[in-house]
Every structure is written in structure tokens, then in C-alpha cells.
Design a protein. Structure first.
Length: 327
């Protein structure tokens, strides 16, 4: 764990921000101003996720991508309003081109605006919906203290530079996470979200067809798994096809993602990277040696921690009337 010492200064820098944010976020923030808010979110999630369970992973991923750019402030939801590059928002950044669920969040917002106009932030809706979506599909629950405010800035370049790419190695992953006050343990646990959802061929096809630029295959990838992936992703330039991130268990929030990692069957380079660091690999082994409930408990703590990253509270930002546009 000594490798994390190089990030100590970064952690200290974010500590003051985290303490300030945590002082203002609280459980039941809307109890007086919009007492039905969290129930409205939950009811909407239950109604729609049961019909489209793949949306659970999509909403969870949206929450991750939101928090890694300007903190958990709903900035990922904003639409670009002009044609100039300077006005392009996070939505059009490369990591976000495959994000789904924006209409889902808009649907929740419409109901909340009818119930209590101008009260519940889009940032809180994303955080609550991510938790409720995972729970609805059989995954763990976690505390979601609320009181986040919506950001008014969303920048495509910041998203491209701050969201960990699927090609990242372990060193770069730790830097991305350390920049948000998250450590190696958080990295391993939050990567566990890949136990549900899908991955697009374009995010990992280089591992199959051109790993070092010489038309080769990633030697860290299990060869039998690679054969199966090539049967679905037929070329390096397949931008349409997608595959399950956790084959055979894509709709079950469990430990099988980590089991696959140790078999060299992590889909992304960033998944495989977790096994290249001895402490991280040992932590994965520890998760697998315990009951699923312990993984659930630790994942829940990591999610709550991530949900506090650089949040805007008090008078910062605004409460958007529509999640895709600033007021």
C-alpha cells in the first residue's frame, strides 16, 4: 500500500472539500420541503427497471461518470446548446457517447417538479436512482445523504480528461481515483459494478486485434475468452456490437466479476489491471473468500463515499427545472 503515499498530498487537498460537503449533505434532506421525494424516485425506478433491467447498470454508470467530472452535480445531464467546441458538454465526450438513461432521469424530474417545483436537484435524482436501481435488481443498498445542488458548467474536455478510460493501466487508474479522494480499496470495490451491464466492442477490441499496434492480441487475456469475444466483435472497428461484462450473470449483482478477473477474463484493460497490483489482487481474493453480504457491505460504503465527491451544497449551483438545461 506504500504506492498510495505519493498521492497523500492530493488526498489532503480533497479532505477539506469532503468534510465541508459531508457537513451539509444529510439523510432525509427533503423531509420537510418535499417529503415524498425519495418515494417518488423509488416508485419510478421499480416501475421502469422491472421492464428494462439493463437500465440499472446504465443509471449506475451515469452516476460514476457524473461524480468524476466536477463532482456529483448532475453536469453529465446537460445538453450542448451551441455548435462551438467551447459549448460542448460532457454528454458528447468519448466516454459518455454510450451512456443511456437520460430520458429516465427526465421522467423522474417531471414527477418531482409536479410534486414540489424547484426543490429536488437533478444531482440527487441521479444518486438516488442509481442506488434504487441496484437494489431493485437484487443488489446492495447504501445510504444516500441528499442536498446536492446542480452544477451550471459542463465541459467535454473535462469529461475526456477525468473519466477513467477502459484502456487505463493500474497506475493511471489510481491517479484518476486519487484525484477524487478515492483509494485502491475504492477502486477495486467500485469496479465491482461491472458485475452488471454491458461493454461495447469499441472499448476493448484493441485487446483482440491490435494490442500493441502490430495486429496482436493482449497476452493478459485468457485465450479461450478471447475466442468467444472475437465471435461477437468481428473487427477492430466494430462500434455497434456489445457483450455482457459478466457473462452468465449480467443481471445479478454478485462476486462473479472478481472470479472472472482471476481467470484473466476481465473485459476491459482497466478490469485486468486490477490483478497487476499485489495489494489489489489480494483484496480481490479476500472478497472472494468471504460471503457476498460482505462485498455488498463494502461496496455500499464505497458508493456512499463516491456520492460525496466534490458535491455542491448550500447556495452553490442551482436546482434545475429541467435536467438537460441550466435555468
Amino acid at each position: 500500500m506504500r504506492k498510495m503515499n505519493s498521492f497523500g498530498i492530493i488526498f489532503l487537498g480533497f479532505l477539506a472539500l469532503a468534510v465541508s460537503a459531508q457537513a451539509q449533505l444529510k439523510l432525509g434532506f427533503y423531509q420537510q420541503t418535499c417529503p415524498k421525494a425519495e418515494q417518488i424516485v423509488l416508485d419510478y425506478v421499480k416501475k421502469h427497471i422491472s421492464n428494462a433491467p439493463s437500465l440499472a447498470a446504465a443509471i449506475l454508470r451515469m452516476h460514476f461518470h457524473d461524480c468524476f467530472v466536477r463532482g456529483c452535480d448532475g453536469s453529465v445531464l446537460l445538453n450542448s446548446t451551441k455548435t462551438s467546441n467551447a459549448s460542448q458538454t460532457e454528454k458528447v465526450a468519448n466516454p459518455n457517447l454510450t451512456l443511456r438513461g437520460f430520458g429516465f432521469i427526465d421522467g423522474v424530474k417531471i414527477l418531482l417538479e409536479k410534486e414540489c417545483p424547484g426543490v429536488v436537484s437533478c444531482a440527487d435524482i441521479v444518486a438516488l436512482a442509481a442506488r434504487d436501481s441496484v437494489v431493485t435488481t437484487g443488489g446492495p443498498s447504501w445510504n444516500v445523504p441528499t442536498g446536492r445542488r446542480d452544477g451550471i458548467i459542463s465541459n467535454v474536455t473535462e469529461a475526456n480528461n477525468n473519466i477513467p478510460p477502459p484502456t487505463a493501466d493500474f497506475r493511471n487508474l489510481t491517479i484518476f481515483f486519487a484525484n477524487k479522494g478515492l483509494n485502491i480499496t475504492d477502486l477495486v470495490l467500485l469496479s465491482g459494478a461491472h458485475t452488471i451491464g454491458i461493454g461495447h466492442c469499441s472499448s476493448f477490441s484493441a485487446r483482440l486485434y491490435n494490442f500493441t499496434g502490430r495486429g496482436d492480441q493482449d497476452p493478459a487475456l485468457d485465450k479461450f475468452y478471447a475466442v468467444k469475444l472475437k465471435q461477437k466483435c468481428r473487427s477492430l472497428n466494430d462500434n455497434v456490437t456489445f457483450v455482457e461484462m459478466d457473462p452468465g450473470s449480467v443481471r445479478t449483482f454478485d462476486l462473479s466479476y472478481y472470479q472472472l478477473l482471476l481467470k484473466r477474463r476481465g473485459l476491459f484493460q482497466s478490469d485486468a489491471a486490477l490483478t497487476t497490483n499485489a495489494p489489489a489482487k489480494a483484496y480481490i481474493a479476500g472478497l472472494l473468500s468471504g460471503p457476498p453480504q460482505e462485498f455488498f457491505r463494502q461496496f455500499a460504503l464505497a458508493m456512499e463515499k463516491m456520492g460525496r465527491v466534490e458535491v455542491k451544497t448550500g447556495t452553490a449551483g442551482e436546482i434545475r427545472k429541467q435536467c438537460a438545461f441550466v435555468n
